[in-house]
Design a protein around this ligand. Structure first.
Ligand code: FAD
Length: 393
C-alpha cells in the first residue's frame, strides 16, 4: 500500500478533521498577520483532499458536493480563511469536472490536480463590473493556436499562491459583455501585477489582493462550454452551497464557544440556570435553521445534477440564491447572540471564548457577491416564477 492510498483508505471526514486541527492551531496567527493559511492548506494536500471531486479514473475519488460541503463546514469551524480557500478551489473543480468533459487538455489537467494536489484560484470580479459574475469587460484574443488575456481583476483570493487560475472573459473582442468563456491558465503562463492589498476586516488569510492579470496560453485551455451554462448550472449553485457550508461552520464554532461559556457558568453556580442559557437555546435554533437551509440546498442540487432543464429552472436559481441570502444573514445574528452570551470574554482576543475573528469573517458573507445584487436577481425571477410550497423536495 502506498502512502497516498493509506490516506485515501480513511474517510473523508477523518481526513478533513485532521487537516482542520492543523488549521485551527494557526487560525489566529493567519488572521492577525493577514497571511495565506499555508499550514492548513498543506495539511489538506497531505490528506489528499484537493482533487476528491474528480473522477476516480483521473485520480480523484468521485466525491459528491455534499461530502465536499461537509469538509468546508469542518474547516469553517477551525479557520474560515482555510475553509474559504478550499471552498473556492472546489468551485473551480466542480466546473472543470462537469463542464470540460471530452477536452483532452482539461482531462489531463484534472489528473495533474490529483497527482500534484494543485490549488486553483478564480478571477471573475473585474474593475468596472464588480461582482457581476455574468459580465466581463476583458476579452480573450485568439491568434492561431494562442490565446491572450489581460484582466483588471479587483480580487483574486490566494492569487499569488495558486498553481493555476480560472479566468472569465468575453469570448472575443467583439463579443457582448455576457458572451463569456472561462479559461484555465497555469501559473507559469501569467504575470500578476498587484494593484491592491487585501487588508480587510475579516477573511484576512484569503489574501484576496487585486491584480492586473496578463496571460498567454494555448487556446485549447479555454473551457469548451459557454460560461453562461457553467455559471447557471454549476458555479453559482456550488458557490452558494459551499460558502453556506463554511459559514455554517463559523457559526457552529461560535455556538460551541458560547455553549462552553454557559456550561462553565452552570458549574460555578450549581442549581442556577446561567443568564446566557436562554439565548444559547435561541442561537441553537438559528444554527439549525442555517444547517437545514444548506442541507436542503445540497439535496436539491443532488436531485437536479446532470439534468440541464432542472438546473436552468428559475425555481432552482431562486432556491440557491435563498441559501446564500439566508445563511449569510443568519450567521451574523447567531454570532452576535454568542457574543452577548460570552460578554467581554467573547469580545476580547485570546480567550477560549473569543468571537472577534468569527464575527469579522462572517461579515464578508453578505458582500461576497453582494446580497443586494442577489436579491435584485431573485426579485426579477419572482415576477414570473411560482413559489415552491411542497415539502416533498
Ligand atoms: C472573502 C472574499 C473573497 C473573494 N474572492 C474572490 C476571488 O477569488 N475572485 C473573484 O473574482 N472575486 C472574489 N471576491 C469578490 C466577490 O465575489 C465580489 O465580486 C465582490 O465582493 C463584490 O465587490 P463590490 O462589493 O465592490 O462590488 P459590487 O458587487 O459591484 O457591489 C458594490 C455595491 O453596489 C451595490 N450593487 C451593485 N449592483 C447591484 C445590483 N444589481 N443591485 C443592488 N445593489 C447592487 C451593492 O449592494 C454594493 O453596495 C471575493 C470577495 C470576498 C469578500
Amino acid at each position: 500500500m502506498t502512502a497516498a492510498s493509506k490516506i485515501t483508505a480513511m474517510t473523508l471526514t477523518d481526513r478533513a478533521k485532521r487537516a482542520a486541527n492543523v488549521a485551527a492551531e494557526f487560525a489566529d496567527n493567519v488572521d492577525v498577520e493577514g497571511r495565506f493559511p499555508s499550514e492548513g492548506m498543506d495539511a489538506l494536500k497531505a490528506e489528499r483532499l484537493m482533487g476528491i471531486m474528480i473522477r476516480p479514473d483521473f485520480g480523484g475519488e468521485g466525491a459528491n458536493l455534499t461530502e465536499v460541503a461537509d469538509i468546508c463546514a469542518i474547516l469553517g469551524q477551525a479557520c474560515a480563511s482555510t475553509a474559504m480557500t478550499y471552498a473556492m478551489h472546489q468551485i473551480q473543480i466542480a466546473s472543470l469536472a462537469d463542464y470540460a468533459i471530452g477536452s483532452n487538455w482539461h482531462e489531463e489537467f484534472q489528473k495533474r490536480i490529483c497527482a500534484e494536489q494543485l490549488l486553483i484560484a478564480s478571477a471573475t470580479s473585474e474593475a468596472g463590473i464588480g461582482g457581476n459574475l455574468r459580465n466581463s469587460i476583458c476579452a480573450i484574443e485568439v491568434e492561431g493556436d494562442t490565446a491572450r488575456l489581460t484582466k483588471d481583476a479587483i480580487v483574486i483570493s490566494y492569487g499569488a499562491h495558486a498553481d493555476a487560475t480560472m479566468v472569465t472573459s468575453r469570448r472575443h473582442p467583439d463579443a457582448a459583455h455576457s458572451d463569456q468563456v472561462a479559461t484555465i491558465f497555469l501559473k507559469d503562463q501569467y504575470t500578476l501585477e498587484q494593484t491592491s492589498v487585501w487588508d480587510t476586516l475579516g477573511m484576512r488569510g484569503t489574501c484576496s489582493d487585486g491584480f492586473i492579470f496578463k496571460a498567454e496560453a494555448p487556446k485549447e485551455q479555454i473551457l469548451p462550454r459557454p460560461f453562461a451554462e457553467i455559471a447557471a448550472q454549476s458555479m453559482l449553485a456550488v458557490s452558494h452551497l459551499l460558502w453556506g457550508a463554511l459559514w455554517y461552520g463559523i457559526a457552529a464554532d461560535a455556538t460551541a464557544r458560547a455553549q462552553s461559556f454557559v456550561k462553565a457558568a452552570a458549574r460555578k453556580s450549581p442549581g442556577q440556570v446561567p443568564p446566557g442559557a436562554l439565548r444559547l437555546a435561541e442561537a441553537s435554533s438559528l444554527l439549525q435553521l442555517v444547517k437545514s437551509n444548506v442541507v436542503a440546498g445540497l439535496k436539491q442540487f443532488a436531485a437536479c445534477k446532470g439534468d440541464g432543464d432542472a438546473l436552468n429552472a428559475m425555481s432552482f436559481s431562486v432556491a440557491m440564491n435563498n441559501v446564500k441570502i439566508g445563511t449569510s444573514q443568519t450567521i451574523l445574528t447567531i454570532i452576535n447572540h454568542c457574543m452577548l452570551i460570552c460578554g467581554i470574554a467573547g469580545y476580547k482576543n485570546g480567550t477560549p471564548f473569543s468571537l472577534g475573528r468569527h464575527l469579522r469573517d462572517a461579515h464578508s458573507a453578505q458582500l461576497m457577491i453582494s446580497n443586494d445584487r442577489i436579491l435584485g436577481n431573485t426579485s426579477t425571477m419572482l415576477l414570473v416564477n411560482k413559489q415552491d410550497t411542497s415539502l416533498l423536495g
